[in-house]
Design a protein around this ligand. Sequence first.
Ligand SMILES: C[S@@+](CC[C@H](N)C(=O)[O-])C[C@H]1O[C@@H](n2cnc3c(N)ncnc32)[C@H](O)[C@@H]1O
Length: 211
Amino acid sequence: MHEHWLKRWEEGRIGFHRDSVHPALIRHWPMLGAVPGTKVLVPLCGKSLDMRWLAEHQHPVLGIELSERALEQFVEDGRGEVSRYQQDGFAILRQGSIELWCGDFFHFHIAQASEIGAFYDRAALIALPEATRQRYAFHLAQLIPPGARGLLVSLSRSGDEGPPFHVDGAEVRRLFDPNFIVTHLEDGEPEANGFRESVWALVRRGPTTDE
Ligand SMILES: C[S@@+](CC[C@H](N)C(=O)[O-])C[C@H]1O[C@@H](n2cnc3c(N)ncnc32)[C@H](O)[C@@H]1O
């Protein structure tokens, strides 16, 4: 699967990339209750402009992405000095308050996640095949402290060829319920290609949450 994504970036087959900030982020992030200053984890981040929006809203960002090309394109399109360094086997690019870790999300571990207090997933869960989605939900829960919040933009679709993979509401609940309080926020309009996004708020369960 890694080869698949690297090849897509090489060939510019990145139809998932949006040229504008996702409206669900703008609409729902402020209500989530993530305090400004809280660092946001963005798994499988691509070169998403949503990271810039988060940074502009006083959230340091930590994105993780397999493709170096994606991350180089992100900083090229941005403003400000870029620093590059290595840490724990990841090549890291930093621009302003955005740090981009190049490598496999599943190799990113709790010791590196100490400052993370929120997360944002748009098209990360749905980029992964079924068995890996289970692993993803568990891994994310390991990285997120109790009480931390996140926004998930998932996708259901007709047909079973992926990525993007079909992830319905029942699966979102099945995957995340054990470790998160899961709230359905909205369903997007059905798109001509049969895709339909759904938006969810997640709060990491733990001693500080009520449920
Ligand atoms: C569907 S794209 C979504 C990108 C971004 N979230 C967005 O909204 O534009 C999925 C991204 O995940 C990356 N990816 C896939 N598997 C990964 C992994 N195990 N670790 C890190 N990145 C991964 C791919 O290279 C691709 O850029």
